[in-house]
Design a protein around this ligand. Structure first.
Ligand code: V47
Length: 383
């Protein structure tokens, strides 16, 4: 098979388990030989996870869209007086999570920099309620940008706040808020959000408290290839310092209704390349996630040939994801678990049900016992 000769020394390093350099990263982003790039990424991925492709039965909730960070890629954020502002009470969040039963393994909640809702008084009791009602469900809450906001608001160190969040049941921190770490990018696009050093520090402290996490990269706006590569290397070094990242998720820019709309959609080829390059650069990350709601089901199936080994969550049939739907995604809100498994098996992989920390379950696993209807409110009062 003919291969771009620039990829040969990279293939050698991959075979020897040598981490790739910045120059290698640029070569991977620039090679015209997408097929060889994909083959390398697939080989590396199959060394890690074989034919397994992971998915989670989860509930996805955006508990608030009130946010004053004012990031220019965002179509989701609203001011608190805005007619479209949504701010769920703790009871509403619990009721939403229980709406379609209890057979799920993760609750994924992301909100915004909301001065009212982003407070420990709201979150700690809510997390304890979830753990009392749904002990089998892992809490995948916040991005580290939200945790940084919470810490500053309560004048707590990251160590102090993460110890409280862990004690209340936090299992995993979502990977958002990373965007592109380069100071140039953050100054132009998200100047009011946690900087790179603090984003990484939140995750590193969390990992030391036994809280797992994910990492992301927002691509397709003003970032350079050098900035993408640097972002991946900073994540790799952070994982080296304080392991605990499970998955890396490339986030394709969605242009509808935000200040960066003129950049348009990413191409399918750029999406595929991102999966492959991140698989090859992040040798110390176990999983690369192709999140169907972001790149779409078909591109995510292709991504499994280009290094991804995870398709994220089914979501609940009454969930309403807002971040990507307000920015124009054509993906639906929900894929049932049988269809999810079919999508994975159809392209030659083995569908494996997991939770946030990648413990695995039989496809038909169900939690013991049932939460009676109305238990959310009744039990909540007691907790
Ligand atoms: O930080 C916002 C991104 C992130 C847009 O951990 C956008 O499994 C593209 O945390 N176009 C939040 N991206 C989402 C998040 C997440 C997503 C998927 C999986 C996981 C995980 C976590 O959404 C933000 C930002 O980077 N985002 N607006 C947009 N218009």
């Amino acid at each position: 098979m003919v291969m771009d000769s620039a990829l040969l020394p990279i293939e050698h390093k991959l075979d020897e388990g040598i981490p790739l350099s910045r120059e290698d990263g640029l070569t991977l982003f620039r090679t015209p030989d997408l097929h060889s790039l994909g083959r390398l990424a697939k080989t590396v991925k199959e060394r890690k996870s074989g034919k397994n492709v992971y998915y989670v039965l989860n509930r996805y909730i955006n508990s608030t869209n009130v946010c004053y960070a004012n990031c220019s890629f965002c179509s989701f954020a609203k001011g608190e007086k805005d007619a479209e502002a949504v701010r769920m009470s703790a009871d509403e969040v619990v009721a939403k999570a229980l709406e379609t039963g209890t057979n799920f393994n993760q609750i994924h909640i992301v909100g915004g920099h909301d001065p009212r809702q982003l407070s420990l008084d709201y979150w700690l009791p809510l997390m304890r309620r979830f753990k009392a009602l749904l002990p089998h469900v892992q809490l995948s809450l916040f991005t580290s940008a939200e945790i940084d906001y919470l810490a500053r608001r309560h004048r707590l160190t990251y160590d102090e706040i993460l110890s409280q969040l862990r004690a209340a049941g936090l299992d995993n921190i979502n990977g958002g808020g990373a965007e592109i770490f380069a100071p140039r990018f953050r100054a132009l696009v998200c100047p009011n959000k946690v900087d790179a050093a603090h984003w990484l520090e939140v995750h590193e402290v969390a990992h030391r408290h036994g809280v797992a996490s994910n990492a992301t990269m927002l691509y397709g706006t003003i970032e350079t290839l050098e900035e993408r590569v640097e972002h991946l290397i900073m994540l790799r070094e952070s994982q080296q310092r304080s392991p605990g990242f499970n998955a890396f998720i490339p986030l394709a820019f969605h242009p509808d209704g935000n200040k960066l709309s003129h950049h348009g959609w990413t191409s399918g080829l750029d999406d595929i390349r991102l999966f492959a390059v991140s698989r090859l650069m992040l040798n110390n990350f176990d999983h690369i996630k192709a999140y169907w709601m972001i790149q779409g089901l078909k591109v995510c199936q292709l991504a499994l040939e280009f290094g991804a080994d995870d398709m994220d969550g089914t979501h609940g049939s009454t969930d309403e994801e807002r971040i990507y739907h307000s920015a124009g995604t054509q993906s639906g809100q929900y894929v049932d678990d049988r269809e999810f498994r079919r999508l994975i098996e159809e392209v030659g992989y083995v569908a494996v049900r997991r939770n946030s920390t990648y413990e695995t379950f039989a496809p038909d696993w169900e939690p013991e016992g049932r939460v009676p209807a109305g238990a959310g409110a009744a039990r909540a009062a007691a907790v």
